[in-house]
Structure formats: C-alpha cells, structure tokens
Design a protein around this ligand. Structure first.
Ligand code: 13P
Ligand code: SF4
Length: 344
C-alpha cells in the first residue's frame, strides 16, 4: 500500500460511518478502489438521498459534487478532492444567457419547457426549475424529454446537442421539428422564426471527449474484430450512435459488457478509464477494446493524493465544503427533485 492509500485507510477507520466516499465510473483505478458508492450520474444522485453519513467526499467533476450538495440532508457536508475539476460541457451554457433565451422564446406566446442535462451549472438548473423545467441524465433522457414535451409546446434542451438529438431520435421526434439555436456572443441569440416552429430547441454544446468518436473507428473495430458489438455513450454524435449496436449511460455500458457472451468482443466509445477497467476485468473471457483512447482530463484531475489530502482536511475540520450559491439553491433543487420524482 502506498502512503496515500495508507492515509485514506487510516482516516476511513477513524471516521467510520461518519464518512462516505462516492465516485463516478470515469475515476481512475487508484481512486475508484477507495470508493464506497459508485455509479452513473443518475445512480449517484439517487444514492445521495440514502446516505446518512455526515461527510460525503465526492470523486468526480464539480457539477456532480454540487448536485450532491443540493440533494444532501441538512447538516451533511459534501467535499470534492479537486474543486477545479470542471466538466467543460457544463460551462457551455451560461445561466444568464439561458434565462435570456427563455424569456425571448416566451415572447412567441408558446410554452417552452427547459430541460437541462445534469452536466450543467447550478445556475442553469435554477433557471430550469424557475421556468417549470427539470434535469435529466444520460440514463433517463427519454423519460425526461417526454415529461417536458407533455408540459408545453416545445422543449429547450441544454447544453448537449448530441444527447438532445439522440434522445429525440429514440422518441421519434423528426428532425424537421428540431432547431439548433444560434447562440451568438453578443446578444439575444434566437432565430425566432425557425425557433417559433420547432418542438425541440437545442443548445449547441457538446462533450469534446465524446465528439472524438467517429464512423471510421467503428468500421475499423468491425474489421479487426468480426462480430464485435459496439456500444457508445449518447454524448457521441447521432451518426456514431446510429452505427453502433447500443448506446447508454456509463452504467448501461458496464451492464452491456457484463451481458455480452463469453468469448465475444465489445468495442466501446466512452472515456478511457472506464473502458480500460472493463478490459482488465474481463481479460481472458471477453475482448473489450476502446474505439479510441479518449480521456477526460477533468475527471483525471482527481487523484489518490488529493483524496488523501481532502480526507485529512475533513478529519481536521478544515476541508472546504461544496455549497450551492444561496440565490440558486432552491430552484436548482426543485429541478433535480422533479427529475427524481418523475423517475422514481
Ligand atoms: P453518465 O451519467 O452516463 O455516467 O455520464 C456522465 C458523463 O459525464 C459522461 O460524459
Ligand atoms: Fe464532462 Fe465530457 Fe468529462 Fe463527461 S467526459 S465529465 S461530459 S467533459
């Protein structure tokens, strides 16, 4: 055991049931081995509600810790080993701009229900909560898009255009009913004529890590591993999802590999830490390969050393808590709660 692992083990023992370490599937092996509760974004959000420990150390990117802080009980404290671990996609939709676009769209006289991917800031979640909208994750995007469609004339999906389009495809919402918003640097940003007709308005954000997967990689995998099953995350472009055998959240991908027959091959289009862990777990029984080695440096900025330091700070009472800004917390929590209730 290295010295960070020893520190972590010692503090866990000292704090006992007062501490829970949570972590996302994209965390590195050296971090994930210390995690008590792991999962995809939806599972982690659900698990927070059942955690009784006073201290929750969350190994993941900022929006995940922030969502945990919003859902935590009173008196419970949430900490991130690396507060600068920021999902870049979550920063592609500034809350003030989303609010402005929604107010602009309301001028058309239609009810536009905002639905934000959980990979977004607390400000965007609050704007969605305030305008009657909610949150979704990659695991429940279909349920939540249907939920939002039932409540208005159109849905504004923020910030991931790929998850938005892939979900619309699954629900059979034709492309002719979509409109990609033209969010300009300077202004009101909405092409109102086209926007006024669309049932699905898409914010033009994406995940750079998943945007790297393409059709050529899928073709190569199919040539190199005849009979291979291809599974990707729905943050990939729609043509990549269409050319794959399945698409779903990180936990869906884990289950997909688990259920693949012994001796078969699976090629995966998602963050490399998870793919390598699966390849290791099934070595000798199933061939698990990445479509491309695509790493999320933000997830990787959480390290075993930082986890050890954070736990030391928690034990000393000097760790800095994640706190949702007061002006946003209530509406953001409302948006998250709507999702958890709709998907109970
Ligand atoms: P999941 O909710 O599927 O775990 O995905 C989170 C994420 O950030 C994917 O890039
Ligand atoms: Fe964000 Fe993409 Fe990293 Fe997921 S993989 S946390 S969407 S930057």
């Amino acid at each position: 055991m290295n010295s960070h692992a020893e520190t972590i083990a010692r503090i866990r023992k000292d704090l006992g049931e007062r501490l829970v370490i949570m972590g996302h599937h994209y965390q590195s092996d050296s971090v994930i081995r210390h995690v008590d509760l792991k999962g995809d974004s939806l599972e982690l959000a659900r698990k927070v509600e059942s955690v009784k420990a006073e201290h929750i150390v969350f190994c993941g990117v900022y929006f995940m810790g922030e969502s945990a802080a919003l859902l935590a009980r009173q008196g419970q404290k949430v900490y991130l080993p690396e507060e600068d671990a920021n999902c870049v996609m979550s920063q592609m939709a500034p809350a003030a701009r989303v609010d402005k676009v929604l107010r602009h769209l309301a001028g058309s006289g239609r009810t536009v229900v905002p639905l934000t991917y959980v990979n977004s800031s607390v400000g965007v979640k609050a704007v969605c909560g305030k305008h009657g909208g909610s949150v979704c994750t990659s695991a429940n995007a279909e349920t939540m898009m249907r939920w939002a469609m039932e409540r208005g004339d159109a849905v504004l999906f923020i910030p991931d255009k790929n998850l938005g389009r892939n979900t619309a495809n699954r629900l059979g919402i034709p492309e002719s009913a979509w409109h990609m918003l033209n969010i300009r640097q300077d202004g009101d940003a909405v092409d109102t004529d086209a926007a006024a007709r669309a049932r699905l308005l898409l914010w033009p954000g994406l995940c750079a890590i998943h945007a790297r997967f393409n059709l050529r990689q899928i073709e190569t995998a199919r040539q190199e591993h005849p009979g291979v099953r291809v599974v990707v995350h729905p943050e990939c472009a729609p043509e990549v999802v269409a050319a794959s055998d399945a698409a779903g959240s990180t936990s869906f991908i884990i289950n997909y590999v688990r259920e693949a027959p012994e001796g078969s091959a699976v090629a995966i289009g998602t963050e490399i830490n998870l793919v390598e862990r699966l390849a290791q777990e099934y070595r000798g029984r199933k061939t698990v390969v990445p479509l491309l080695e695509s790493a999320c440096s933000h997830m990787a900025s959480v390290t075993e050393e930082k986890l050890a330091i954070t736990l030391q700070d928690v034990a000393n009472g000097t760790a800095e808590e994640v706190r949702a800004p007061i002006g946003f917390a209530d509406h953001a929590r409302l948006a998250l709660t709507r999702m958890l209730e709709a998907c109970a």
